[in-house]
Design a protein. Structure first.
Length: 232
């Protein structure tokens, strides 16, 4: 069995471009930290935006891998928590919940039946692929509470506890860094000129993000295997 999922392997590969920006910033810092500070800040800010984006993409990717495995490996629907069904159809169910007119309600029920009824059963296995884009709707800005809530969609309620047990003394520093990374990225996106880090700080954030995703990969894959099937 592979040590990591292909979602994590893809994440590690995408870190190369973040590291490239950090190295360019470091070269400028060594050459002229004062005269080139604008370029250094721009490179570091770009690296942080990319790093946050790759973190979010990793979480989505491992979720998509789990959803794909449910069809590919014949996961029994009787073992699937009811909340997962909600997120399969969350867009249609939300529209239905927010509709008051009887005619429109009926139309939306027919739309739901035509689109998603094949998923909604507690017997047998999933015969049609689950649409990850619809399942993932609403997940963005991957601070730790958001990631924890995302895994909760699958029924994984012990994620924080399992991650803490794996990281031990590194748990709080790593989780706090993830939150700080996303907060910094949001400030950059909103034009805060002071939201930046040095090349050394970016390097630390890259390292801790890799540790976070590697540990997340391990605990989620182990839980998914014990609950449903292997994804490694």
């Amino acid at each position: 069995m592979a040590r990591y999922t292909r979602a994590y392997s893809s994440f590690v590969s995408r870190l190369d471009e973040v590291e490239t920006l950090r190295k360019f910033a470091l070269q400028k810092e060594r050459t002229d930290p004062i005269g080139l500070r604008k370029g250094i800040n721009a490179l570091c800010r770009g690296a942080l935006v990319l790093l946050s984006g790759h973190l979010e993409a990793y979480v989505r990717d491992i979720g998509e891998l789990a959803l794909t495995s449910m069809t590919a490996k014949g996961v029994l629907r009787k073992n699937v928590p009811s909340r997962l069904y909600y997120y399969i159809s969350q867009d249609l169910l939300t529209e239905l919940k927010d509709t008051a007119d009887p005619e429109r309600i009926a139309d939306k029920v027919f739309a739901f039946i035509g689109s998603d009824l094949m998923h909604w059963s507690k017997s047998g296995t999933f015969q049609q692929p689950i649409q990850a884009e619809r399942f993932n709707k609403g997940f963005a800005s991957p601070a730790f509470p958001k990631i924890k809530q995302y895994f909760n969609r699958f029924g994984y309620d012990t994620y924080a506890k399992d991650l803490s047990g794996r990281l031990r003394a590194e748990y709080l520093p790593t989780v706090n860094m993830v939150n700080h990374l996303v907060d910094t990225r949001n400030k950059i996106a909103h034009g805060d000129p002071a939201a930046s880090k040095t090349p050394a700080e970016v390097g630390t954030m890259i390292s801790l993000t890799r540790i976070f995703c590697g540990s997340t990969d391990a605990v989620f894959a182990e839980w998914w295997k014990s609950s449903f099937c292997s994804i490694r």
